[in-house]
Write a new protein. Sequence first.
Length: 210
Amino acid sequence: PKRIAVFISGFGSNLQALIDACQRQAIDGEIVLVASNQAKAFGLTRAAEAGIDTAVVDKSDYSDRDSYDVALAELIDDYTVDLIVLAGFMRILSPAFVARFSGKLLNIHPSLLPNYPGLHTHQRALENGDNEHGCSIHFVTSELDGGPVILQAKVPIFAEDTVQLVAQRVNQQELAIYPLVVKWFCQDRLLMKDGQVWLDDHLLGPAGYA
Ligand code: GAR
């Protein structure tokens, strides 16, 4: 089984979906570490309940992003990890960290990338009058939310929607597709090469597929 680290900052619903998928052996992997930049992240409780090692890396203990990321990298090296899964990790990783773990770093983003990189994606989709929205899983590159997309799920936006309703609808899809992509990775079916994604030796298009 592949050794997986999950980075979180909050509630950890995506983490939980991955824990569950590993436990029922839908993913041939073991989550060996859950790291959070927020000591109060509920996801840490989920990890502890599943018997997974946890670590809090608090930014106030580091003078800058580079030294923070060196600490993160050392943690990852201690656990000899095959894959790092960002699951609601609300920090930007430095180019050095991204380069060091290139091809082994996945992120989930709550929009149909390349639409709405960054924050407040649901609000921006609503304000823009979009009638569809969704989530994307991509390999991480040094461009923020700009790495090649592996898989997306679309949801409708309805006229009477609120940020909360849209967020719930998107999150439900996240919980379905993140375990699937991690499963593919752990089966060695997924590869990033020259900034592009290959699945089962097929090149995926620039926007992945829905
Ligand atoms: C998810 O919706 C994820 O897409 C988003 O944070 C949420 C985490 O939820 N990620 C980002 O915004 C990354 N910039 P969770 O803690 O319940 O998994």
